[in-house]
Design a protein around this ligand. Structure first.
Ligand SMILES: Nc1ncnc2c1ncn2[C@@H]1O[C@H](COP(=O)(O)OP(=O)(O)O)[C@@H](O)[C@H]1O
Ligand SMILES: [Mg+2]
Length: 263
């Protein structure tokens, strides 16, 4: 956990639920989700396919209205998009006609701030993500992992306190993914952000997190909230030989297997 982590939760959910209303009936995605995340914490969320993980993230991001239960960021109810929240999805979705630096600065050109941001700050973000040399390149000149890192920079452009990530590395090959996990750990430790990461990789969940939250099959609720007592910085070489790692991986896998289909 980062030094800036404090006792009061930055993100708080109580009895959070979500029903999608459709022509062929209603779908209950979430039921009674309770979770508190402190500033500076890194929390991973795993759960069966379709259990409501993305729904949870969209509620937190203000992309879905909160109609059931309570959801607050720094004690304020979430009512819509917030500059305090950055979101990263599985596809980086960079605009192909803009350079990497322009893509990263994009969130600064919409909404209240129309100026395009401080170039030095954008350069520092790219530097932090190991993309310093690529500021003037176009997305097609970057590998998938680099594009995803640029997407993370874009999410951090407005300096949000909270970073929400929905299976951000799902489309990458296994080795690139491990490298990205190491990068993300470093970025998180340097930036002091509060991160909620949704992933279907148990290894990734444990490697990165202070806590692994396991969700039930739909309607999703919190089945378990497991602390990861493994010192940082972590590496994939050392973590697999840590006794807490194997025990935790077994516990998470057991919980997910009992819930049925794994993603
Ligand atoms: N916009 C929507 N309209 C109707 N049903 C939806 C919508 N989005 C998701 N769902 C349903 O809600 C459930 C949870 O979806 P989702 O949050 O995407 O799960 P996960 O990310 O865990 O795979 C699924 O059954 C899905 O089909
Ligand atoms: Mg999803």
């Amino acid at each position: 956990m980062n030094a800036q982590a404090s006792a009061a939760p930055l993100i708080a959910m109580e009895g959070l639920g979500k029903v999608y209303e459709g022509a062929s009936g209603d779908v209950r995605a979430l039921a009674g989700v309770g979770l508190a995340i402190r500033a500076g914490e890194f929390v991973s969320v795993v759960g069966p396919s379709g259990c409501g993980k993305s729904t949870l993230l969209r509620l937190l991001a203000g992309l879905e209205p909160c109609e059931e239960g309570r959801l607050t960021l720094a004690d304020r109810p979430v009512t819509g998009l917030s500059a305090d929240v950055g979101v990263v999805f599985q596809a980086a979705n960079l605009l192909p006609w803009m350079t990497v630096a322009e893509n990263v600065a994009l969130p600064l050109r919409v909404g209240t701030a129309r100026r395009g941001g401080d170039p030095a700050r954008i350069a520092a973000l790219l530097q932090m993500a190991g993309l310093g040399e690529f500021a003037a390149r176009y997305p097609y000149e970057l590998s998938g992992g680099m594009q995803q890192r640029a997407g993370i920079c874009r999410a951090l452009a407005r300096d949000p306190a909270i970073l929400l990530m929905d299976e951000p590395f799902g489309a990458l090959d296994a080795l690139t993914r491990e490298r990205m996990n190491v990068e993300l750990q470093r970025i998180w430790q340097q930036s002091g952000k509060t991160v909620l990461l949704i992933t279907h990789s148990i290894a990734e969940a444990i490697f990165l997190a202070d806590r692994v939250v396991v969700m039930s099959a739909r309607p999703g609720r919190v089945l378990a909230d497991l602390p990861v007592a493994i010192p940082r910085p972590r590496s994939f070489d050392t973590i697999v030989s840590h006794p807490a790692y194997a025990a935790l991986a077994r516990e998470v896998r057991g919980l997910l297997n009992a819930e049925g289909a794994l993603e």
